[in-house]
Design a protein around this ligand. Structure first.
Ligand SMILES: *Cc1c(COP(=O)(O)O)cnc(C)c1O
Length: 431
């Protein structure tokens, strides 16, 4: 039964590949894929490998941040054996759930307390819940669609909050918030970082500290959804400054929310930092139980945050290693690869951070340009790269396929070279 089902699945997958324009694979390869499919049923098979040569560092569709080694080891250890997850080692009684990640967050941001949830969207739902049935004021320039069709106004409503919009799309001032706060129509000011778009021209956004002071004078809470939330200064790497959680807390935010797997560069998680009394209320919310991360994630988050405290982030966290990679090193790798792979030339490129951070900002980069023509079109070449093993993801620029090395682990260069050579010949044969 398993054999028949696996054979059907493999044939369907091959058909889909052919429809998408990929070259047909020889019978021996198909048989090998079928064996691998069967072997994967007992958990033995690794997931399909992908090399991210898109130049988008935090690529949402490719799993966002690759974990640091330390996080992988910590997660593995946490899943292999029992651990003090919710047991206080000193008293032997039930204690707080795995405090280490939260302790790191407190140390890194200067917050009174911290909480880790499943993801930042979950943290947002929990935090908006603090407003109860009262109003939540959001500036019209911050009513963002995060991605995948998920929109801030929908999250606020779903969390039970009553959305109060102020200002205009391009300009919102502190004064705009005054009315709803003074009239008691709102118990919360929600600030949402415009993380995935830029506005230029006749624009104005309220100063965070001034807005916080106004909200507090009317007894309202200030929640700051930073999205990415950098723990290092991005300006030190030639990028625009991405606001840090510590800055927003000292600017008066009561809670700051950010993701674990964007610029923080660790496992998927929502990181909440801020006032101890509010964090305590979030912990007690029955919804918090539905939004808590598992032990492997918690161990991975704690290990990732520990790297920041140890001053090792740019060496050990892949996202920061990619951001910090010197252009000369990328160029040297591109030259070495181009010398080995016929049909590949070096190309100066521009990489982006991605993952809903620093929109419009680029990092100078280097990579390869492939020209399969006249034998193979760029689209067919891109498809052949994606159908390879490992799959390689690139992009089309100036009529050529380009592969950006800033987002490729240097340890994967040799493998990338072989995958490119295979794709070039497959695309040409097929044409
Ligand atoms: C990405 C993002 C979120 C959601 O974070 P997840 O961790 O993916 O749930 C929320 N708000 C903003 C502003 C974001 O950029």
């Amino acid at each position: 039964m398993a054999l028949v089902a696996a054979a059907r699945d493999e044939i369907a997958a091959e058909r889909a590949r052919l429809v998408a324009g990929a070259p047909p694979r020889p019978l021996a390869t198909l048989a090998g894929a079928l064996v691998a499919r069967l072997a994967s049923l007992d958990g033995g098979g690794p997931p399909m490998r992908v090399i991210n040569a898109t130049g988008v560092i935090v690529h949402t569709n490719l799993g966002r941040a690759p974990w640091p080694e330390a996080a992988i080891r910590a997660a593995e250890a946490a899943t292999r054996e029992p651990l003090f997850l919710e047991l206080d080692p000193e008293t032997g009684k039930r204690g707080r759930r795995y405090r280490r990640a939260e302790e790191h967050l407190v140390a890194l941001t200067g917050a009174e307390d911290a909480l880790v949830t499943n993801n930042c969207a979950a943290a947002l739902v929990l935090a908006v819940g603090l407003a109860g049935r009262k109003g939540v004021v959001v500036g019209r320039g911050e009513l963002v669609e995060i991605g995948g069709g998920v929109r801030i106004p929908d999250i606020v409503r779903r969390a039970g909050g009553r959305l109060v919009e102020v200002g205009t799309t391009n300009r919102t001032r502190v004064d705009d918030y005054e009315g709803p706060l003074r009239e008691g129509r709102a118990a919360m000011v929600l600030r949402v970082h415009p993380s995935n778009f830029t506005m230029a021209g006749f624009t104005e956004a309220p100063d965070a500290a001034e807005l916080a002071a106004l909200a507090h004078s009317h007894g309202a809470l200030v929640i700051d959804d930073l999205g990415s939330g950098a723990l290092l200064d991005t300006a030190a790497f030639g990028l625009a400054h991405e606001p840090t959680p510590a800055e927003r807390l000292s600017g008066g935010a009561d809670l700051v929310l950010f993701s674990g797997d964007k610029l923080v560069g660790g496992p998927q998680a929502g990181l909440v930092v801020g006032r101890a009394d509010l964090i305590a209320r979030l912990r007690k919310d029955p919804l918090a139980r539905a939004m808590r991360p598992d032990k492997a994630t918690l161990a991975g988050v704690a290990a990732t945050l520990g790297l920041y405290r140890a001053g090792l982030a740019t060496q050990e966290i892949p996202v920061w290693r990619m951001i910090a990679a010197p252009i000369e090193a990328l160029r040297a790798r591109a030259e070495a690869l181009a010398a080995r792979v016929a049909g590949a030339t070096t190309a100066p490129l521009a990489a982006t951070v991605g993952g809903g951070s620093l929109p419009g900002e680029t990092l100078p980069s280097y990579g390869l340009a492939l020209d399969g023509r006249p034998a193979a079109s760029t689209n067919r070449l891109l498809t052949a790269l994606r159908a390879g093993e490992p799959a390689v993801l690139g992009r089309i620029e100036g009529g050529r396929v380009v592969l950006d090395l800033r987002t490729v682990d240097p340890a994967a260069d040799a493998e990338l070279g072989r995958a490119i050579a295979a794709a070039l010949s497959a695309a040409r044969i097929r044409e």
